[in-house]
Every structure is written in structure tokens, then in C-alpha cells.
Design a protein around this ligand. Structure first.
Ligand code: ZN
Length: 99
């Protein structure tokens, strides 16, 4: 059928375009092409405490000075923090590495 033939011709796309492969995000900066501004950048990393950890620290800290050692534990350890990756040029959001 002529209709089938034209459909096949339209769906054919030459494979000459490389997909923008983003490296897996870890707890360190990665060199990658920014999907927003198109520049080759080294991602800007920001350590972020999980909301639950942050709230728990506030609650425990407000209960009394005798418990302050407990609230310091989640604050000081990077093991509890997520790492957010952003573009240093346009501030585009790449993703967050979750622990
Ligand atoms: Zn960018």
C-alpha cells in the first residue's frame, strides 16, 4: 500500500545525533554538558540535610541543652546529607544524589 510506504519513509530518522549523556550524579562534582544553557560545566554541589533530619535537630535542640549532643550528630555528618548538583553558569538544576 502507498500509505504504508509513506509512513515508513516519514518515521525514518538518520542516526547522526548523539544523545546528551549525563554521567551518574555522585557526592562529588561531575563534568557534564548543561541541558539548559548547553555549556560544558563542572556541576556545583551543595550538601543538603534531609528535611526530617533538620526538623528533628530543631526539635531535639529546643527541648533542652542537655540533649544538644544528640542534635549535633545529624548536623555534622555528611552521611546524612543529600548532594544537589546545579549548573554554575545558569543555575539549572541537574539532580540530587540521595544517600
Ligand atoms: Zn547551564
Amino acid at each position: 500500500m502507498e500509505v504504508e510506504a509513506s509512513k515508513a519513509a516519514m518515521s525514518y530518522t538518520p542516526v547522526n545525533q548523539q544523545p546528551l549523556a549525563s554521567p551518574p550524579l555522585g557526592d562529588r562534582s561531575v563534568r557534564m554538558g548543561c541541558p539548559y544553557c548547553g555549556k560544558l560545566v563542572v556541576s556545583q554541589t551543595t550538601y543538603q540535610r534531609g528535611m526530617l533530619t533538620y526538623v528533628a535537630s530543631l526539635v531535639v535542640g529546643s527541648l533542652g541543652g542537655s540533649l544538644c549532643c544528640l542534635c549535633l550528630i545529624p548536623c555534622c555528618s555528611d552521611d546524612f546529607k543529600d548532594v544537589e548538583h546545579r549548573c554554575p553558569a545558569c543555575d539549572g538544576y541537574f539532580g540530587t544524589f540521595k544517600r
